[in-house]
Design a binder for this molecule. Structure first.
Ligand code: KGA
Length: 422
């Protein structure tokens, strides 16, 4: 019998069991049994839909919405996660009691991946709302709890605040998908987005996926606008120092012990190109283009980043891209092998998932070791301390210059920069 049919036929039993478990755990909770039953039926329906569709996407947005609603209502995150946990346990029991062997293992895997993706989306959204609210309101306001209204500040219920979780994760079989979804800022990379990607990698590792796909949310025509320019230091400090969040995200991807595929629909700017180059493979459609715009900002790119470019592209192309800041279109990017596969927009997602699934079926051990060897061989260049210090000195002159400030100001004022070379 199909997993979907097994689960569908047990809806009442699973929901009853989960409601009873919730009642035992949260006697003093916010909801009565009827509301709990409705919530659990809703969740159960989402799980079933994901099983039917064969992927976790359908549980993600509703879970984010649940997180936002419960946050506004002042329900504790542990109680919200509790509903997912008891449903997961009841589903496990159902699967264990009705299926056997390989079918049982597969069904348990489905349940784990789907409920896990839901919990992940829920936790990420809830935590982002808590931290955003903390930043906005300061200590004098009550945290969520009680009627929750004071903490919501009236602004949290709207979908805009769901953008507080700009990174989403999903699981398709053994492939994890990280989606960048900060439309308002065109996926500009600041600490929240960069740290979100690092956390997403960790959570996908815990789910034991074997390949990760990094993409922008469907419908975005900017894949990423690069480093959040408003977060760049205004001189006297290395704009791309070791502790910059973008740099941390690049390292996390490069040392991640499984393939990360950048799936590019739309335009890629500045540090986002470094992000694409830090992924192991790149798939793209004809809307993709790639620009490194450091010279528009007067920003001296860092040595580690230049090595990333040197590891992937011919030096004359690197120079042209840095010196003109002009986008390389998808066709040219394919010709110079920045892009592994260029496919039609409609094929991009299925093609990328299939490519990822092919890699997921290979030896994860061999892939992890080969990836790490290639990283070490391409990332490290032995240079004398004196040479490195000279490079740093030159870079310092550039980021202390008035040109760099002019680049930042021009962007903020939405005008072309006027550089004087000083
Ligand atoms: N940092 C901060 N905010 C950004 C941003 C960025 N990189 N890119 C866009 N935004 C903001 C922008 O200021 C605007 O905010 C909103 O996102 C939508 O952008 O609404 P506000 O408050 O005015 P916009 O420009 O209206 O959208 P668009 O017309 O669709 O154009 C999209 C692009 C991507 C073409 C445009 O926003 C753009 O040119 N952005 C800058 C791209 C760039 O040069 N990035 C490189 C950053 O530097 C970098 O990564 C490094 C380290 N580097 O190059 O060395």
């Amino acid at each position: 019998m199909e997993t979907s049919a097994v689960l569908a036929s047990a809806e009442d039993r699973v929901v009853d069991e989960a409601v009873a478990a919730l009642e035992r755990r949260y006697q003093a909770g916010h909801h009565g049994p009827e509301q709990r039953r409705r919530d659990l039926r809703h969740l159960f329906g989402l799980v079933l839909r994901c099983v039917d569709e064969g992927h976790t996407e359908s549980i993600i947005t509703p879970s984010e919405q649940i997180a936002a609603d419960r946050f506004v209502a002042g329900v504790d995150i542990a109680e919200v996660l509790g509903a997912f946990n008891v449903l997961q346990e009841a589903l496990w029991r159902q699967v264990a009691g009705t299926l056997a062997g390989q079918q049982q293992i597969e069904a348990l895997g489905f349940v784990n991946a789907i409920v896990g993706a839901g919990k992940d989306a829920l936790a990420r959204t809830y935590v982002a709302l808590v931290s955003r609210e903390g930043n906005r309101l300061g200590a004098q306001h009550a945290p969520p709890g009680g009627d929750g209204k004071a903490a919501s500040g009236g602004a949290l219920a709207g979908t805009d605040d769901l953008a507080a979780a700009p990174v989403r994760t999903g699981v398709h079989g053994q492939v994890g998908v990280i989606t960048l979804d900060d439309r308002r800022h065109r996926n500009a990379i600041g600490p929240q987005l960069a740290d979100g990607v690092v956390a997403a990698l960790e959570s996908l590792r815990a789910w034991q996926v074997r390949v990760v796909v990094l993409r922008a949310a469907a419908g975005m025509d900017v894949w990423s606008a690069g480093h959040d320019i408003s977060e760049l230091p205004r001189g006297r400090r290395d704009p791309l120092g070791y502790n910059d969040s973008l740099e941390g995200m690049l390292r996390a991807i490069r040392i991640f012990p499984m393939p990360v595929v950048a799936m590019v629909h739309g335009t890629v700017w500045g540090g986002a190109l470094d992000l694409v180059l830090s992924c192991d493979l790149v798939t793209a459609d004809e809307t993709a283009s790639f620009a490194i715009t450091a010279a528009n900002l007067g920003l001296p790119y860092n040595t580690t980043g230049l090595l990333h470019f040197l590891g992937r592209l011919p030096v004359n192309l690197i120079k042209e891209m840095f010196f003109t800041a002009a986008p390389l279109d998808a066709k040219k990017a394919r010709e110079c092998l920045l892009v592994n596969h260029l496919v039609g927009a409609a094929e991009l997602e299925p093609f990328t998932l299939e490519l990822a699934a092919t890699m997921a079926a290979k030896s994860p051990m061999a892939i992890a070791v080969i990836k790490e060897q290639l990283r070490v061989l391409t990332d490290y260049q032995p240079i004398a301390a004196q040479v490195y210090e000279r490079i740093q000195g030159l870079r310092r002159e550039a980021y202390d210059s008035s040109d760099y400030l002019e680049g930042l100001n021009a962007f903020a004022e939405k005008r072309p920069p006027v550089f004087r070379g000083t």
